[in-house]
Design a protein around this ligand. Structure first.
Ligand code: 2P0
Length: 330
């Protein structure tokens, strides 16, 4: 091998407004449906990759990665190394937000990994190739390669070459949009997303209806974003989240990601809107709602979340693209 090759990248997590929930191909992580998400600044994960002689080493948030965490990282690197042979890899990754926030640090982590690994291998920036590589680590990661609002098109090809995310609008398009993460519970969820979506697809009688409407839902959400129609977008986001959870609740055994405090907060939003606060929710596969509002009502949304027992509240706005940075982690 030639001299060591090292690169570092930073990426933001994302929150889906039209959600991905189910795979048509488990190995390639190909979804049944397209999805749409907002990239969340200022939260970020930074990852350094170095190719050098020696065994692969993976460290995530200060711990040596083991089991599936390690094998998922190495799988992404192996796909890259199959095309452009490299030596062993050292990977160090660190997030600036707690994994327990329920914000899928894996999305930002795999996006940063894909961007850093390609750069370390001497490949040029290529959002499509980076998105596809990130997807092989975690589906939602393909939507964290670019900032603003991104759409992951499900694609048709069996090899996944047309299943990647594209940017609808960049972070500067709607700077007043706010996403407030209300951490009402820090309990680890019982069923991970990967297992939850498989169980839902295999056993929920509602799954087909859920998957079928997604393509139109993405188009409707895109139009509302172009128009910056917060009210209609908020209504769509709530409807989409309720439907995802309803589909999961109908699985056998049922999958309930909501906690009492989740319901307390999201049921309060109607009253808040009646009182003039434009605020809606979305909810991933966990108990912590993300409130959609605008900059003028961010404080009101934060106060509402706190009054419903949110111990911690994270204020987010649309974030930028994943980028290569100079400051390596080792
Ligand atoms: C999403 N979620 O669209 C949906 C909504 C959770 C609820 O993508 O198996 O970590 O690695 O592809 O991406 C979480 O699942 O799952 C997710 P894998 P991922 O954001």
């Amino acid at each position: 091998m030639t001299s060591p090759k090292k690169a570092t990248a930073t990426a933001h997590p994302n929150i889906a407004l039209v959600k991905y929930w189910g795979k048509r191909d488990e190995a390639l992580i190909l979804p049944h449906q397209s999805s749409l998400s907002v990239t969340l600044g200022p939260l970020s994960v930074t990852t350094t990759v170095e190719f050098r002689e020696g065994p692969d080493e993976v460290e995530l948030n200060g711990r040596v990665a083991e089991g599936s965490e390690r094998s998922r990282v190495l799988h992404v690197l192996d796909v890259l190394r199959a095309g452009t042979p490299q030596g062993g890899a050292k990977v160090v990754s660190r997030g600036d937000f707690p994994a327990s926030a329920g914000l899928a640090s894996s999305a930002a982590g795999f996006a940063a990994l894909a961007v850093a690994a390609r750069a370390a291998a001497g490949l040029p920036r290529d959002p499509r190739a980076e998105s596809i590589l990130a997807r092989l680590g975690s589906g939602s990661a393909c939507r964290s390669v670019q900032g603003g609002v991104c759409i992951w098109r499900r694609g048709q090809a069996a090899d996944g070459s047309d299943s990647f995310a594209e940017q609808l609008v960049d972070a500067s398009f709607w700077p007043e949009l706010r996403l407030v993460v209300a951490m009402v519970s820090r309990e680890e969820k019982d069923v991970k997303s990967r297992d939850g979506m498989r169980l839902t697809e295999e056993t929920s009688p509602y799954y087909l209806a859920w998957a079928t409407d997604a393509e139109l839902e993405v188009e409707r959400a895109s139009e509302l974003i172009r128009r910056k129609d917060l009210e209609k977008l908020g209504e769509l986001a709530e409807r989409n989240a309720w439907r995802m959870h309803a589909t999961a609740l109908a699985a056998d055994p049922p999958l309930c990601y909501l906690k009492p405090a989740t319901l307390e907060l999201i049921l309060r939003l109607k009253e808040a809107r009646r009182q003039g606060v434009p605020v809606w929710f979305t909810l991933d596969a966990g108990p912590n709602p993300v409130l959609l509002t605008d900059a003028a009502h961010e404080d009101a949304a934060v106060a509402l979340a706190r009054s419903c027992g949110a111990a911690e509240v994270v204020r987010c706005a649309p974030g930028g693209d994943a980028r290569v940075v100079d400051a390596h982690l080792f």
